[in-house]
Design a protein around this ligand. Sequence first.
Ligand SMILES: Nc1ncnc2c1ncn2[C@@H]1O[C@H](COP(=O)(O)OP(=O)(O)OP(=O)(O)O)[C@@H](O)[C@H]1O
Length: 464
Amino acid sequence: MVEDLQPNQRAWLRPSVPMTLHENTAIIAVPNDFTRNQLEGRLRNHIEDALTEGFGREIRMLVTVNPALEAEAQPQIDEATDRSVALSTNDHQARFEPPAPTAVDTYEPAGAERRPSALETRLNPKYTFETFVIGSSNRFPHAAAVAVAEAPGKAYNPLLVYGESGLGKTHLLHAIGHYVRSLYSNAKVRYVSSEEFTNEFINAIRDDRQDRFKRRYRDVDVLLIDDIQFLEGKTQTQEEFFHTFNTLHNANKQIVLTSDRAPKRLEALEDRLRNRFEWGLITDVQPPDLETRIAILRKKAAMDRLTAPPDVLEFIASKIQTNIRELEGALIRVTAFANLNRQEVDMTLAEIVLKDLIPEGGEPEITHALIIAQTAAYFGVSLEDLTGPSRGRHLVMARQIGMYLCRELTSMSLPQIGREFGGRDHTTVMYADRKIRQLLAERRAVFNQVSELTNRVKMQARQA
Ligand SMILES: Nc1ncnc2c1ncn2[C@@H]1O[C@H](COP(=O)(O)OP(=O)(O)OP(=O)(O)O)[C@@H](O)[C@H]1O
């Protein structure tokens, strides 16, 4: 696949060094921001496809800058041979060794001193306090999150943020992680969703590696644990989490939790855990008001370099009121549509796109089962194939669109979606979501397929 690259594209790979494969993320070091932008922009799809094909599972790429590589980094655009990184499958297989297991996975940039990296905790680089828009709906949780990050284990412990889907809980959790890292460079920060915590715990029992599991979660300074409602009804995992919690709390290590409900409404959670959650500070995020929604769209447009006039941003913000993920999704669809049609983003265009996206008379209830069934029918594939292991090109695209729609149209978490699509890892869902978002703006066929399929799903949901 990389063999298909133009010589000038291949030249960008020459100074790049594959660092490690951490779970489903290949980390590649480059000498400067400029090279990183090239890799992340024009070359991302090629590289990720090559890696995915090579490893037989979806691999995403993370690029990190290591100025120590600068000396080797004189890309010679006219030279087709790429000496340092032959991104051919075999080569990668050889060079991306899974990191040795450690309590907190480490990452060592070539030629630099060992330093902790946000990558090792799989924090989304976009979810920082800088990119978080503050409004009356989230002012308090934001302030609490900043306080906790500035003085881990001292301000409020635990901090629990709850609220409905798509209101920024995960964003705040990651922002705490990034900020702690920037303030305390040696802090061990671990982010995990409760679903992953549960799965890892089950695997640890199966493989008789409980000690390693315990170390992994108890030997940290800050534990960020997302969506604790998932622990409901899981007695053994709750027991393990209870001990993890006590160990960390006794050692004055910071714990931050998110939930879709207030702890007292987590009925299938043991009293003693619920009780622990109430030791610290509990705060909620509310749906943002109109001004905050407009500010979020402005920020998002600026960050992703999407051009949309103020009246269009206000229009989108007025139409989508309860979920920030949907708000961002609508902006992406509107700008993608304009891009594909080589049109300016204006009100007429926004009205057309949003009319499809927002049905009259409120949102119908959409389930993953409906999305999966409609996706299979739309692409003419069987349900078994759509959720099965086969990796034919047509099937992979159908599956990725199905996953993307589950992310857009339901409030399911990444691990939940992965499970419904044949037990896939949450990073596979993340990759699919990002890839389809990108293709929406680049490929008319994909935009049309996604739009048609969304309409069908919504129509079926209304009739149900
Ligand atoms: N205040 C905000 N400022 C900027 N972006 C925001 C804000 N709140 C949420 N977002 C964005 O909205 C999207 C959804 O947020 P996030 O995933 O954090 O929601 P969540 O509450 O964790 O939802 P879920 O419970 O479904 O996981 C993300 O892309 C996030 O960056």
